[in-house]
Every structure is written in C-alpha cells, then in structure tokens.
Design a protein. Structure first.
Length: 268
C-alpha cells in the first residue's frame, strides 16, 4: 500500500501530568503530589436556533466548560483546603521547639538561584529563625553573608534559601551547612461543614515528554464534589487509598473572547 500522507512534525505524545492549583487571581501554585487518573473533558451546552417562520439556523453554543478529575495519593490538608475552594478550616497544633537544627546540602544538590527547602518548618508558617553566627556555611567558602551571598525565600508555602552567584561564593561545587531553629507541627486538624459555596481557583496540568513540556491551564474552576474516600486495606497493594477530586471550569469573563476557558502551551 502506498503512503498517502506524511507527518507534519507536530505530533505530541502526552502521558500523565503534574496537577497544580492556585487561588483565583493568584500565581502562587501548589503541587497536589502523587496521584492517578488525571484527565479533563471539554463540553458545550447547545441549542438549536429555529425561527417561527423559517428553517433552522443551526446549533448555537450557549456555554463552554471543562470538567477535571484527579485522585490524590498525598492528601496535604493545606492543599486540599485550597483545592476545595477554601470551604474548610485547617488548624495546625504546634509541637516542641527545635533549637540549632543543622541541615547539610550536598555538593551537586543545589545550584545558584535554585530553591533549597528547609527540612524543618514552623507550624505557624513563619520563617525559621536563622542562627545568628553561622546560618549558612560553605565547605569551600566558609560563612556566607545574608543578602550578599544568600537570601531567605518562601516558595509554594515552604521556607528555604536561595544562594546567589556572588563574587564571594566562588564555586557551586561545595556542600552547604544550614543552621536554624523552628517549631514543627505536632498535629493538623481538618474541619468542614457550614460553608456556603466553594470559591473559585485555577488549575494547571503539566506534562513533560522527551524533554518537551505541555501545560494546560484552566482559568476559573470550582470544586464540585465532596471527598470520595474508600478506606480499604493496604495489605497486598502498592497503591494507597485515594482522595477523589472533581472540578468544573467555567469561562473567565476577565479574559479576552476565545481565551476565557483554558490555555494549552506546547514547548517547541
């Protein structure tokens, strides 16, 4: 059989995706972590325009929407609260203070301007207290100076540092020792009931295949279902119990026409 067509070079194989959420109007994204079954379906509400005195004028699109599903393996309560439209309350109970905690970051495990997350975080969400004498020490450059060589930063709700490519940080091929104090959480309470309507949020699905990234962003979505949690036995299965989430994405009138529901970005 003869070949009838050839590829145009735009074929893109899509696999699974990282699922992130952000509050509506915010660009601070939170990763919902491991999970399964992520997918989305676009839909249209239509009607047929039929005049009383003539033939049908055709189908009219009354509304355009998308439904997104995801089963979460890692139920972080703060992320779930945001994913459900801020209709719940998360209360963190502080534990015992940890003073003078030392964290070692190996050579090759960090880079200039890259985020180094603290492995100890305050239950309140406030920044840990850096050691007053030796907060950040390089195995080659010794004590690094705050603001000149490094700065305290918060990314995705977590605190850490970012090392600058300054003249006094002579090489990235060295280990770092961070010293700080913090008060971790002893427990977390998730309570629900009595909220009126789930608030709006944004969703982002990111797939990377063969070094190329495809991102699907839904501009205005709402949680549409309560938790569906089957608390089955973990014996004999590598999969944990899942927290099923469903969202309904609607048009965002703050954006231009034909750009109000979602955006797909292919890296080329």
């Amino acid at each position: 059989m003869e070949v009838q067509t050839v590829g145009n070079g735009k074929r893109r194989v899509l696999g699974s995706a990282k699922v992130e959420i952000a509050a509506y109007g915010s660009d601070t994204w939170y990763d919902l972590g491991y999970g399964e079954g992520v997918g989305w379906t676009e839909g249209f509400k239509t009607d047929e325009a039929i005049p009383d005195n003539s033939a049908s004028l055709g189908i009219v699109i009354l509304d355009q929407y998308a439904d997104i599903d995801y089963s979460i393996w890692q139920p972080d309560f703060e992320a779930l609260k945001l994913a459900r439209g801020d209709m719940d309350t998360v209360t963190v109970i502080a534990g015992d203070a940890v003073s003078g905690h030392t964290q070692t970051v190996a050579s090759g495990a960090w880079s200039y301007s890259g985020f180094i997350e603290f492995d100890g975080q305050n239950a309140t969400g406030a920044a840990p207290t850096m050691d007053g004498t030796h907060p950040v020490v390089g195995s080659v450059d010794s004590d690094l100076a705050v603001d000149t060589d490094w700065e305290l930063v918060k990314v995705g709700g977590k605190w850490g540092i970012m090392v600058k490519d300054s003249t006094t940080v002579t090489t990235a091929t060295q280990s770092l020792t961070l010293k700080y104090s913090y008060t971790p959480a002893a427990s977390v309470e998730f309570t629900s009931g009595g909220a009126s309507v789930p608030g709006f949020l944004k969703l982002r699905l990111t797939n990377t295949t063969s070094g190329k990234t495809t991102v699907v962003e839904f501009h205005k979505a709402q949680n549409t279902t309560g938790f569906q949690l089957k608390m089955q036995s973990g014996t004999g299965s590598a999969k944990p119990n899942v927290w099923v989430m469903k969202w309904h994405s609607v048009l965002d009138p703050s954006k231009e026409a034909k750009k109000q529901l979602y955006k797909i970005t292919h890296q080329v």
